[in-house]
Ligand binder design. Structure first.
Ligand code: HEM
Length: 486
C-alpha cells in the first residue's frame, strides 16, 4: 500500500517536473496560476471579463495563462488584432471549433466538410437569397405576434422581456430555416424551444467539460430529444425548411455523413443560427425601455417607415435606412456581445504588436482575443463605457460614426460583435434584419412597457463571457398589448 502511494506521488512529481513550462524571453508574460494543471481555469470560467482585466493590470496587453492544462495567449490591444485575424496559416479557426463541436454536440466533421458547409451558407445568407429569407422571416414574425395577441384581446399580457424576445425570435427563426407550421412533417416549434432552452442553459458547462453527473444525464437526454425533433427538418423537399437546410443536408449526405451525424449537425446549426438573435433583441428592447429618450428617438424613426407601409410588401427591406436604430443596436452590442475570438497555433508564430514589440507564440497553444474588454468597454476609447448611449454611433449629420481612437490612433476595430476577417459572422446581415423587423413590429404595432417604471436592467450572467451574446441573470418584467388603431 505504502509503495503504491509512494509510486503515485513520484509519478505525479515527475509529471509536473516534465510538464513544467517556463517563459523564454521572446514569449509573452506567463501566468500559470497556483493550482497545478488547472491553473486559472476556475477564475477564467467564473467571470472571464473580470479575470482578464486583472491579468491585464498585472501583465499588460498580452500574456499567456494556463487553464485546464492548456496555454492560452490573450491579446487585448485592438490595434494589434489584425496580426491574429489575418493569419489563417499559423492560427487556425477550425481546430478549436472542432473541439467545441465534439464537446457540445458530440459531432465530428472534417476541415473539408466544414469549409464546404460554410461556403454554401454564405451563398444562402447573402444577396437575393437573403432578401427572400428576410421576407419569410417577416411573415413568420407577423403571424407569431398576431397569435400572441389577437385583435379581440384588450388586456395587458405580462412576461419577462428575455423570455418574450428569445421565445418569439427562436420560433420565427426555426420556422424560417427549419420547418413551417401546419405541416404534418414538421415539429411544433414550442417543443423544440423548450428542449433548446434546457440545452442552452447547460451549454457553457458542456463547452468547458464541467457538467456534474446529473447535468450530464440531462444534457444527453435533451440532446437526444432535440435530434429526434429536428430529424424531419431538411430531409425532404416538402418538410417546409429553407433552401439552405436542404442544401446543407444534401451536402452532408454527399460527404458520406451517416444519419446520426446529420442529426447532430442540424442541432449545431440550430444553435449557430438561433443562439444570439433573441438575446440581442432582449438587450436592445431592455435598453430602450429603460432609456426613454432613446425609445422616443427610435419610435420617431420607425413611425416614418410605418406611414409608408402597405400590407403587401416586406416593410424592412434593405433599402430602408434607419440610422438611429442602427446606432442603438451597435451600442447594445458593444455592451452585451462578448465572444472570444479563439485560434489554435498550428505552427510557431512571431506576433507583431502595433507598438513594435514582437512575441513568439508556441505551436499547440491557443490565442484568444476578447474585444468585449477592449475595445468595447475600454475607458481610453469610450467615455463612460458602462452607460447606454443610443446615439454613440451616429454623427450629427445622421451618418454612422466610425472614428474612434485609442492612444491618439484611429481604430480599425472599435466594436467586434460579429468577429472579423474570414471567420467573421456569416449571418450578420440576416441577424441585423431580423432584430430590426422584430423591434419595429413590437414598437409600432404593440404597446410595450415596463411593469415597474423604475426597473433597472438585470445584471449579466458572468459565466457566459466568451460565448457570443451575453444573457441576463434574472429578467425584466414587461407588459404588452395590441396598439389601438386611430
Ligand atoms: C446577434 C446575432 C449574432 C451574433 C452576435 C453573432 C456573432 C458571431 C461571431 C462573433 C462569430 C465569429 C467567431 C470567431 O471568429 O471565432 C460568428 C460566426 C458565425 N456566425 Fe454568427 N452571430 C449572430 C447571428 C448569426 C446568425 C443568425 C447566423 C446564421 C444565419 C450566424 C452564423 C454564423 C456562422 C456560420 C459563423 C461561423 C463562421 C465560420 O465558420 O468562419 N450567426 N458569429
Amino acid at each position: 500500500m505504502i509503495w503504491t502511494v509512494l509510486l503515485l506521488v513520484q509519478a505525479l512529481l515527475l509529471y509536473f517536473i516534465f510538464t513544467q513550462r517556463s517563459r523564454s524571453k521572446s514569449e509573452p508574460p506567463l501566468d500559470k496560476g497556483i493550482i497545478p494543471w488547472l491553473g486559472h481555469a476556475l477564475e477564467f470560467g467564473k467571470d472571464a471579463s473580470k479575470f482578464l482585466n486583472r491579468m491585464k493590470l498585472k501583465h499588460g496587453n498580452i500574456f499567456t495563462v494556463r487553464a485546464a492544462g492548456r496555454y492560452v495567449t490573450v491579446l487585448l490591444d485592438p490595434h494589434s488584432y489584425d496580426s491574429v485575424i489575418n493569419d489563417s496559416d499559423s492560427l487556425d479557426f477550425t481546430c478549436y471549433a472542432q473541439v467545441l463541436m465534439k464537446r457540445i454536440f458530440s459531432l465530428e466533421l472534417s476541415h473539408g466538410q466544414m469549409a464546404k458547409a460554410k461556403a454554401m451558407m454564405k451563398k444562402h445568407f447573402m444577396g437575393m437569397n437573403l432578401a427572400a429569407l428576410n421576407c419569410t422571416m417577416e411573415r413568420n414574425l407577423k403571424a407569431l405576434l398576431k397569435a400572441e395577441m389577437p385583435q379581440n384581446q384588450k388586456d395587458w399580457k405580462k412576461e419577462g422581456l428575455f423570455d418574450f424576445s428569445y421565445r418569439l425570435l427562436f420560433k420565427a427563426g426555426y420556422l424560417t430555416l427549419f420547418g413551417r407550421e401546419q405541416n404534418n412533417n414538421s415539429t411544433d416549434p414550442s417543443s423544440v424551444y423548450e428542449g433548446y432552452k434546457k440545452f442552452d442553459g447547460l451549454l457553457t458547462k458542456m463547452a468547458r467539460g464541467t457538467l456534474k453527473p446529473e447535468e450530464k444525464r440531462t444534457a444527453q437526454s435533451v440532446r437526444k430529444r432535440l435530434w429526434e425533433l429536428l430529424a424531419p427538418a431538411g430531409l425532404t423537399e416538402d418538410s417546409g425548411s429553407s433552401q439552405w437546410l436542404h442544401a446543407y443536408s444534401r451536402l452532408l449526405e454527399e460527404e458520406g455523413a451517416d444519419e446520426d451525424t446529420q442529426k447532430k449537425a442540424i442541432l449545431m446549426q440550430l444553435w449557430a443560427t438561433q443562439g444570439n438573435v433573441g438575446p440581442a433583441a432582449f438587450w436592445l428592447l431592455g435598453y430602450l425601455l429603460t432609456n426613454p429618450e432613446a425609445l422616443t428617438a427610435v419610435k420617431r424613426e420607425f413611425s416614418q417607415i410605418s406611414q409608408r407601409e402597405t400590407s403587401e410588401t416586406c416593410v424592412m427591406d434593405r433599402s430602408v435606412t434607419t440610422p438611429v436604430f442602427d446606432s442603438a443596436l451597435e451600442e447594445t452590442l458593444r455592451l452585451t456581445a462578448a465572444p472570444f475570438i479563439t485560434r489554435e497555433v498550428v505552427q510557431d508564430k512571431s506576433l507583431q504588436m502595433a507598438d513594435g514589440q514582437e512575441y513568439l507564440l508556441r505551436k499547440g497553444d491557443r490565442v484568444c482575443l476578447f474585444p468585449f474588454n477592449s475595445p468595447q468597454m475600454d475607458t481610453d476609447i469610450y467615455h463612460e463605457p458602462q452607460k447606454y448611449k443610443y446615439n454613440r454611433f451616429i454623427n450629427e449629420d445622421g451618418s454612422l460614426k466610425k472614428d474612434f481612437y485609442k492612444g491618439g490612433k484611429q481604430l480599425k476595430y472599435y466594436t467586434m460583435p460579429w468577429g472579423a476577417g474570414t471567420n467573421g459572422c456569416v449571418g450578420k446581415q440576416f441577424a441585423i434584419n431580423t432584430i430590426r423587423q422584430f423591434v419595429y413590429m413590437v414598437l409600432t404595432k404593440y404597446e410595450l412597457e415596463l411593469c415597474d417604471p423604475d426597473a433597472q436592467m438585470p445584471e449579466v450572467n458572468a459565466g457566459r463571457y466568451g460565448f457570443g451574446m451575453l444573457q441576463p441573470e434574472g429578467d425584466l418584467l414587461v407588459q404588452y398589448k395590441l396598439r389601438n388603431k386611430h
